[in-house]
Design a protein. Structure first.
Length: 153
């Protein structure tokens, strides 16, 4: 397996990690609340940071999660041992990075929308100027008499 397989989750794995169903994850992807890539077999590859931005990790109630929580609760032995909160910090860091990327995307979209609105506003202003110009001074308009009804001929 390549490096990419280690950094992404399948739809099933994502559902297990968050405690929601596969269809919930799939609907979130389809609605755009969460991004995911597809591999050559058309299976979803979900970035854990993106997953945990949209859905919080499942509470540790399974046997595996309980074992991991117990290991994290025991103090490390030796100088080179990692701190117990390292995994939590990595998950939180991934969530924050994903949130930052999402906010950058939103900002870029809003900047583009603002530019489009400016162009649209300028186009409408030019059209209003063209339509508001006074009539050319040339032949005067025909004079009307004071009698409102037409001449009897």
């Amino acid at each position: 397996m390549g490096q990419d397989a280690m950094t992404t989750l399948s739809l099933r794995e994502a559902a297990e990690q968050t405690g929601v169903s596969k269809s919930t994850i799939f609907r979130a992807i389809q609605a755009g609340r969460m991004s995911a890539q597809r591999d050559d077999d058309r299976n979803f590859k979900i970035d854990p940071a993106e997953l945990f931005r949209a859905y919080p990790p499942k509470a540790p109630d399974s046997d595996v999660a309980r074992d991991v929580a117990e290991q994290a609760a025991t103090p490390p032995v030796g100088q080179g041992a990692p701190a117990p909160a390292t995994d939590e910090l990595r998950v939180r860091n991934a969530q924050l990075e994903s949130e930052i990327n999402a906010l950058k995307t939103i900002l870029e979209n809003e900047k583009q929308r603002a530019e489009e609105l400016r162009e649209d506003r300028d186009r409408w202003a030019k059209q209003a100027e063209r339509l508001a110009l006074p009539a050319p001074v040339g032949a005067p308009a025909p004079r009307r008499g004071w009698w409102p009804f037409g001449k009897a001929s």
